[in-house]
Design a protein around this ligand. Structure first.
Ligand SMILES: [Zn+2]
Length: 407
């Protein structure tokens, strides 16, 4: 009993003690600010979880000497599912596999830790009711994980009237959702055709806007993407069958686009034995995902060629992909032809703007949350440097520092 309590107190007090040291100074050999700016030999001053200022003069001594590394804002993954995990039988967890809610939550905290220590300090989860407990515990401090924004339960029903859909939006807000997630097309494993009418989408996105909530829409077909854009929804996910026409419409309307480059499909294929035979993870489903890899890449390239389109970064990380999120940014640069700095901006300042947090996170500047990561290498010339995270700070707390390890 006493031993347990001592252990818990130690776990709780360590990060708290770090946060209480004030101010904390960090020397960055190279600093990528999240908005396209690069500075060498910067000193970042952090007080009470916030960046107070960035000095050019080298103050000494500093709390963290990261002069051998590149410091950038913590990454923002606009689409990750921390509730997805492989159960103890090595299979994709489903509600009827016998795992208790406590076991599931422990698996989720493991996913949260893997995500945070890989350099992702904020995620958006679209969504699961279990997210609420994890989001709130991470926010108050004891549980290490990225800052979480969640839609809670997504809206999937295709039969509800506009009035009942509006009612669900108000319910989600009352339940504590940060935004609304809508399925407006079938899964890629089922062809991606539209599932909601224009009237239904108008009702959901219109009501959400009236309630001050953003809307994320799962849509693969161009028709479903167009309907979501016309309904004034905030952001469209996936869009494997996007056309130039619908992408231009999205750019005109200021609709954010979150396409995936390849991690989500490759992860399913790599972990095929753990998914196959459950739900629509059938032989046909896997064949559809294999076909989706070149289509998704083509959609990403088409999006990049659309002037003014706001492309954010969301991995759709599911079981097997947590902590490997940056692979999808690497794919965007290496396979999608995106300049590395554009990829970094999509995962930092632009990602923050899409979350409505553009003045709080995603940028290294005075007044922003101290969400800082350091990596070994220069991601503006070698995007794979994002795999080599050595330091993670979120809200002024350090969760990873490999400084004493030989690399
Ligand atoms: Zn998803």
């Amino acid at each position: 009993m006493h031993a347990n309590r001592a252990l818990i107190l130690t776990m709780l007090s360590m990060p708290v003690a770090l946060a209480a040291q004030s101010p904390v100074t960090i020397r960055a050999g190279r600093m990528v600010d999240g908005r396209g700016g690069v500075t060498t030999n910067a000193t970042i001053v952090v007080e009470q979880g916030t960046i107070r200022r960035v000095d050019r003069a080298a103050a000494s001594p500093v709390t963290y000497d990261l002069s051998k590394y590149t410091v950038l804002p913590g990454l923002i993954d606009g689409h990750a599912h921390l509730s997805w995990y492989f159960n103890r039988a090595g299979r994709y967890h489903t509600p009827n596999d016998g795992d208790t809610p406590v076991q599931s939550m422990l698996a989720m905290t493991g996913n949260a830790f893997a995500t945070l220590t890989s350099g992702v300090t904020t995620i958006q989860s679209p969504g699961s009711p279990e997210d609420k407990g994890l989001r709130d515990f991470i926010a108050i401090g004891p549980t290490p994980g990225p800052r979480i924004l969640t839609s809670l339960e997504p809206i999937t029903s295709t039969r509800l009237t506009p009035d009942s859909l509006r009612e669900i939006v108000r319910q989600r807000k009352a339940q504590g959702a940060d935004f609304i997630k809508i399925f407006a097309s079938k899964s890629i494993r089922d062809g991606g055709a539209p599932t909601l009418t224009q009237e239904q989408l108008d009702a959901i996105c219109g009501e959400a806007k009236a309630q001050g909530l953003r809307t994320l829409v799962h849509a693969h077909s161009a028709e479903s993407m167009k309907a979501a854009t016309l309904a004034g929804c905030t952001q469209i996910e996936h869009g494997v069958f996007a056309t130039d026409e619908v992408l231009r419409l999205m750019a005109e309307r200021g609709t954010y686009f979150d396409p995936q480059c390849g991690l989500v499909f490759r992860n399913y294929l790599e972990n095929r034995a753990k998914y196959e035979g459950i739900g629509n993870y059938t032989e046909a489903g896997f064949a559809a995902m294999e076909k989706a890899i070149p289509l998704a890449l083509a959609a990403f390239r088409r999006a990049r060629a659309t002037p003014g389109l706001k492309i954010v970064w969301g991995t759709d990380a599911v079981a097997g992909a947590h902590g490997r999120n940056v692979e999808d940014l690497i794919c965007r640069v290496q396979d999608g032809g995106q300049p590395p700095m554009d990829a970094i901006i999509s995962a930092t300042s632009l990602g923050a703007q899409a979350l409505g947090m553009g003045t709080q996170i995603g940028t290294i500047a005075s007044g922003y949350q101290a969400d800082l990561i350091a990596i070994d290498g220069d991601p503006t010339t070698d995007i794979t440097a994002l795999r080599r995270v050595v330091f993670v700070m979120k809200g002024g707390r350090v969760y990873r520092w490999d400084g004493n390890l030989a690399r």
